[in-house]
Write a protein that binds this ligand. Sequence first.
Ligand code: PGA
Length: 250
Amino acid sequence: MRKRIVAGNWKMNMEGVEAHTLFNALNDKNAPLDNKTVIIVSPPSIYLSEFSALKNPHIHLAAQNCSEHENGARTGDISASMLASINVDYCLVGHSERRQYYNEVDSLLKEKVDRLLDNNVSPIFCCGENLPEREQGRHFEVIQKQIENALFHLSDDEIKKITIAYEPIWAIGTGKTASAEQAQEVHAYIRSVLTEKYSSETSNQIAILYGGSCKPGNAKELFFNKDVDGGLIGGAALNFDSFSSIINAF
Ligand code: PGA
């Protein structure tokens, strides 16, 4: 069976006390959180080292970004080996905000994926179309290219270490959500792209998460779909009650 995963992407939110309060609530061994779901918290990198030292085994950490370079003179950057050295298990790669505001293109994302895998950190690879691409019916083609360009150089063993997050850009932070049917349709398509390149045995092991205004009110309906293995949650991950109810939505 595939892992089911709920990951909270805090983005550039949460200062000192609030960040610690939310993390402590999730990290509490007695927190009412479904223990069959892999829970990932992705705070701003400034908190990773401390949270890593505090964390209980039911919580995993993800960085929001890392450098494509191994180490060296890259002021302001964080390397995959640094993440590994403090036991960060996952790292987001290619979030649409990184693609859009920092010009991260597929060839760069491919390098980041490689650095992470070199260091045994699992990439959570984000893909998804913008509104014009959806309206022109080009979403399948766009997503396929993103996956091909950044991931298709990987071996069968390597691709199994990737989690994919389908995040339609028109649904991120907008309050608009893909319908359960739209999500399932794209997730099934992504799995078919992976099956064609690798095998169904391989593609069936890869978790595909949905992201884009996933909330307590729609999580159940989205996660109910056969190819939706969980969610990458932005806004609703900034509050214990809403994030925990999404975690418990399976
Ligand atoms: P959202 O963000 O849940 O606030 O739409 C999702 C994401 O960007 O990962």
